[in-house]
Design a binder for this molecule. Structure first.
Ligand code: UTP
Length: 295
């Protein structure tokens, strides 16, 4: 039987240049989608997938992330004194258990592969999840978000798992692209992968989509990976090496992923997440209709 997935790494040390000037002083992971930071959505998804320990790889100017997952004594006390029980209960429900978070620093944003490698000592020798928190997901018909579907695939296939999604052919050169092998319907064998393939050379239209389950042997490989696309240490390059020895499977996520790291993706996420909230959707729909009607 495969070892359970208990820990998730959240790389949050990037500069967020695509959403400047918002990210000049606010980390992009702390921008809000509806009423909570993007990162909170990602942590909730991980919790739903059974993750018990949340590892954040932070960087300069990201201290507010650590505060978000801590008690806010003055705020909690004020809410209590003012009888705001509902708001207080919501705050406390979101708080991870004592000792269930770890924070480490990537001193310079050298790339996603390097950020994941920074978590090696905290992860130790067990398989773990990687969650790119700027990608947030809404469940499809199956009712589960992306990481829970990855964990299911891991329980079926073992080894390493990558969430995949279909991208338009003219955009494939911007992404990590997978070469599919044997097809199992909701999952498929991965026979190859390439980071940012030159136009017209992508092996398929299946792109790597921000959720991974990886074996701990990736760390030894990442230690030696050289700078790749964009002058960064790429996680994909490490996974390509690992896939020469170990199995990889892709998951066709039955749901929708939003890239809040881009301005359009961030706006679309706010609309979709608001429409998925029973408490907010009715009022929001009325406002949205007024705006859309004028287009
Ligand atoms: P992105 O490439 O989307 O993040 O990386 P970025 O570099 O912040 O974005 P732009 O292009 O400048 O707008 C995906 C995830 O990996 C993290 C980011 O914080 C993001 O959550 N990351 C990226 C790191 O932690 N360290 C890095 O060196 C690079």
């Amino acid at each position: 039987m495969s070892k359970p997935i208990r820990k998730a790494v959240f790389p949050v040390a990037g500069l967020g240049t695509r959403v400047l000037p918002a990210t000049k002083t606010v980390p992009k992971e702390m921008l809000t989608v509806v009423d909570r930071p993007v990162l909170q959505h990602a942590v909730e998804e991980a919790r739903e997938a059974g993750i018990e320990h949340f590892i954040f790889v932070t960087g300069r100017n990201k201290a507010v992330i650590e505060d978000h997952f801590d008690m806010a004594y003055e705020l909690e006390d004020t809410l209590k004194r003012r009888g705001k029980e509902k708001e207080l209960a919501e705050l406390l429900a979101d708080l991870p258990k004592a000792g269930a978070t770890s924070f480490t620093r990537q001193q310079a944003p050298l790339g996603l592969g390097h950020a994941v490698w920074c978590a090696r000592d905290i992860v130790g020798n067990e398989p773990f999840a990687v969650v790119l928190p700027d990608m947030i997901t809404l469940p499809g018909k199956g009712g589960k978000r992306c990481l829970a579907q990855c964990v299911e695939a891991y329980e079926k296939h073992g080894g390493n798992i990558i969430a995949a999604e279909t991208a338009p052919k003219d955009q494939l050169h911007q992404y990590g692209v997978l070469a599919p092998g044997k097809d199992y319907g909701a999952t498929f064998e991965i026979t190859g992968m390439v980071e940012k393939p030159p136009k017209g050379t992508a092996p398929s239209d299946q792109i790597i989509s921000g959720r991974y389950i990886l074996e701990a042997s990736i760390f030894k490989i990442l230690e030696k990976v050289e700078k790749g696309a964009g002058g960064e240490i790429q996680l994909t390059d490490g996974m390509i090496k690992l896939s020469q020895k170990r199995p990889f499977h892709g998951v066709r996520f039955d749901g929708k992923t939003y890239d809040t790291g881009s301005k359009l993706g961030f706006l679309a996420a706010n609309v979709a997440f608001a429409l998925s909230r029973p408490d907010i959707a009715p009022g929001f729909k009325a406002d949205l209709k007024k705006i859309v009607g004028k287009l």
